[in-house]
Design a protein. Structure first.
Length: 613
């Protein structure tokens, strides 16, 4: 069988996505690869398909039990034998998997990195009956200390490969990697002449929005009320906030469960399953939840607070719309989020194995990332463009599918305010934070201003009629344009830069985009209509929506019977395509995206009957 035959028979697709086949061809030729592909781009197929064609076992190194279970469950549903080895197995189950593996039963085995160098697993890997044809490193950014999820256990991978009698093909995959992390992955894993493929970080189906509401809960509740049937995740910065938000949502009648590290293993597992199996529509969680959860029908992700870096934000937001259908990513920002994240950085326990100097270097790096994440929250430019530029991609500063691109802005001359801000920073000898500078310019008569003698500053009260929030916007813009900078200390001090002198002259004009006065922000956009990712211009009728709901009910019924998550039966995208094509026969059903021969034999007849009824 060719890779195209496998793609159709097991996964139900006719064509590969960008980059997939190129990487697969390299693997089949025995070449190492590094795939940097956004969530939902089909990274797993790049190593799963060659694994079915190669002679031997593919070991997939995976960081989390939930990720392994999800991937193995999906493969088994597609008719592919696969297994995992981790601490969730009893000794008897573990030995049985190794026994079947020695007998050649599993072409794909998922394994935790900690297991690689244990005596029992090494005995298996070095057994002359066992041929390891490929090592696939999933979530490969975990190998880098400069990545957002560094895991020391990933450093064991190279030691394991060195001990094998013959070096297998090594493939590595991640959704979020800056150039530094990419180079680190190649160096640490010792990839040999790898085919490095970056397919692009853009997720066009995702709508991005940032709000700074006075009442975060009211904003989140309003959003949920406008999405009554959708499944989604609400990320909170702390366990306490998870408890508060989940309790309030349950009180207000929403279908909610929760997840954080303070819960028992049993409760976390049960709550996660409630969400995956659609028994709870909304998951409220800390960032401990989500990696490896391949729930394809998540229609929204709300960040109930700003994450500490863009890598984490984009990875978490990217858990929406994995099926390619329209999904929304809403970030609710408050200035307090900066303080909370700064505390997390200063008290980070993740890198205790590093020496003091290395830990401080990591902390400085994290503070710089926090600064760039903060800039995302107050830029008036295209949000998608800001994200892509962070990861090294450049394009037009307009996407048409984010809150900034859909808001009403006007270009405003802010030269007077900008010059006053810079000169106030200079005259105060660069000793204070943004709040003190703004209060000084506004002429605030507070104890802090008097104690700092800023009421004696030559620019005290020089802009009394400019609202404080507008001064803050201008100061933020100066930070974005590098006319000013802030220190990475716990108390961020505003400093001058080499560009600051440009504003001292009288011949410089500073303009920026500002929301129009008396204008309400553009109404939040739902994103693409259902089915647009399938066929341009497709618009669901009421009849289509009714059929979609009947198909979704049938999917839930089958999922309960088989005790699997509904999305493992068919994704929302596949149900949508059924509604568009209205298949009436086996041949027509196999033309539906996501319907392979194995799944058709299991479920096809029931879905045909539902469509034709």
């Amino acid at each position: 069988m060719t890779q195209y035959d496998i793609l159709k028979q097991y996964f139900g697709y006719d064509t590969f996505r960008d980059g997939q086949n190129d990487l697969i061809e390299s693997i089949l030729k025995g070449r190492d690869v590094l795939g940097i592909m956004p969530t939902g781009a089909g990274k797993s197929m790049v190593y799963q398909i060659p694994a079915l064609m190669m002679d031997g076992i593919t070991l997939v190194i995976s960081p989390l039990i939930s990720l392994m279970k999800d991937q193995v469950g999906n493969l088994n549903q597609a008719g592919i034998l696969a297994a995992y080895l981790n601490s969730s197995l009893t000794p008897g189950q573990y030995h049985k998997v190794l026994e079947y593996a020695r007998a050649g039963r599993y072409p794909i085995i998922y394994v935790a990195p900690e297991r690689l160098v244990t005596e029992e697993f090494l005995n298996f890997a070095l057994d002359e009956r066992v041929k390891i044809s490929m090592i696939a490193v999933d979530e490969a950014h975990c190998v880098s200390q400069w990545g957002q999820d560094f895991r020391p256990s990933y450093l064991k991978i190279v030691d394991f490969i060195r001990r094998l009698p013959k070096r297998p093909v090594v493939s590595a995959f991640t959704a979020t990697a800056t150039e530094t992390v990419r180079d680190d992955i190649m160096d640490i894993l010792m990839l040999q002449n790898p085919n490095v493929m970056t397919t692009g970080f853009d997720r066009p189906n995702l709508y991005f929005a940032v709000q700074s509401p006075k009442d975060r809960y009211a904003s989140a509740k309003n959003f949920l009320e406008r999405h009554p049937e959708d499944s989604g995740i609400i990320y909170c910065l702390t366990r306490k906030v998870v408890e508060e938000v989940s309790m309030n949502l349950i009180r207000d009648g929403f279908s909610v469960t929760r997840y954080h590290a303070g819960l028992s293993d049993t409760e976390r597992r049960n709550n996660q399953e409630d969400f995956i199996y659609d028994r709870a529509r909304i998951m409220v969680a800390t960032n401990a939840f989500g990696m490896g959860i391949d729930k394809s029908d998540v229609r929204f992700v709300i960040h109930y607070g700003m994450p500490k870096n863009m890598e984490s934000y984009y990875q978490e937001a990217g858990r929406a719309g994995r099926d390619g259908e329209a999904a929304e990513c809403l970030l609710l920002y408050s200035g307090q989020d900066v303080i909370t994240n700064q505390f997390f950085i200063d008290n980070n326990q993740d890198n205790e194995e590093l020496d003091e100097l290395s830990r401080e270097i990591v902390a400085q790096r994290d503070r710089e990332r926090l600064k760039k994440m903060t800039y995302y929250c107050f830029t008036n430019e295209c949000l998608r463009d800001y994200i892509l530029r962070y990861f090294g991609e450049y394009g037009p500063n307009y996407c048409g599918n984010c809150s900034n691109c859909l808001s009403q802005f006007e270009t405003v001359d802010v030269t007077e305010a900008a010059r006053a801000i810079v000169k106030c920073v200079q005259s105060s000898r660069q000793r204070y934070g943004a709040a003190v500078i703004i209060d000084t310019l506004h002429g605030a008569n507070t104890a802090k201003i008097r104690n700092y003698h800023m009421d004696e500053n030559p620019y005290y009260g020089s802009l009394p009629k400019v609202p404080a929030y507008k001064l803050r916007q201008v100061l933020n813009y100066l930070l974005l344009q590098e006319y000013l900078e802030v220190t990475n200390d716990t108390y961020a001090i505003v400093k001058l830069t080499s560009k600051s002198e440009e504003l001292f002259g009288e011949d410089v004009t500073v303009t920026m985009k500002m929301a129009k006065e008396q204008e309400r922000p553009a109404k939040e956009k739902k994103g693409k209509r259902r089915g647009e990712s399938m066929e341009a211009g497709t618009e669901f009728t009421e009849e289509d929506e009714n059929l979609f709901e009947r198909l979704r009910a049938l999917r839930s019924e089958i999922a309960r019977e088989e005790k699997v998550p509904p999305y493992m039966v068919f994704s929302d995208k596949t149900l949508t395509h059924m509604c568009i094509l209205r298949p009436a026969s086996r041949e027509e059903m196999l033309k539906v995206s996501g319907v392979g021969e194995f799944k058709y034999e299991k479920y096809g007849r029931r879905f045909l009957d539902c469509i034709c009824s």
